[in-house]
Design a binder for this molecule. Structure first.
Ligand code: ADP
Length: 165
């Protein structure tokens, strides 16, 4: 049987409950989910690629069909090489849409079999972003409603080290 493999790409700098919601839902819909952390994010990440992957691994530990990987370069090429059928992304608001729509079309041009599937963000986490978590955490604010409980303390400790930087 042809198993459906999908990929959830992102910076995950750091993982939030919004990411985890999309990944959990994808894991129920598809046979195999790759969570791919972008190595060279143009966003100049606060957490190293190893840290971002480690935190994500901990967060998805209980999801048996989810694997955390890293990737560099073109996502469409990564998908072609690894026989991935679709990209799964979360859409938070209309503001996410235009960029995501462009990316989805570009990826389909590069690899015509590749679909992009959008899941609507959960109403509880649709306002959440990694940058918001970083800002609040850096200045000592409470981020317990924003990140998975199992990695909360590690994220807090790490953000306090970079306080204000
Ligand atoms: P961020 O925008 O928080 O830096 P990423 O670039 O790591 O996040 O995003 C990776 C993927 O997760 C994207 O598809 C993005 O739309 C999705 N995503 C991010 N935050 C949320 C959220 N709060 N709810 C649903 N999806 C989200």
């Amino acid at each position: 049987m042809n198993k459906k493999k999908v990929i959830c790409p992102g910076s995950f700098d750091p993982v939030t409950l919004g990411h985890l919601d999309i990944i959990t839902r994808a894991s129920k819909m598809f046979d195999c989910v790759y969570v791919a952390a972008l190595v060279n994010s143009s966003k100049n990440p606060s957490f190293s690629i190893e840290e971002r992957m480690e935190l994500m691994r901990e967060a998805v530990r209980e999801l048996d069909n989810v694997q955390v990987v890293s990737f560099e370069g073109l996502l469409a090429e990564y998908c072609r090489k690894n026989n991935i059928d679709a990209i799964v992304k979360g859409l938070r608001a209309v503001s996410d849409f235009e960029y995501e729509f462009q990316m989805a079309i570009a990826n389909k041009k590069l690899y015509p079999q590749l679909e992009t599937i959008f899941l609507t963000a959960d109403s509880d986490s649709m306002y959440l972003s990694s940058s918001m978590v970083r800002e609040i955490g850096r200045y000592g604010g409470d981020i317990s409603n924003f990140v998975p409980a199992c990695v909360h303390d590690r994220i807090v400790a790490r953000l306090r080290e970079t306080n204000g930087k």
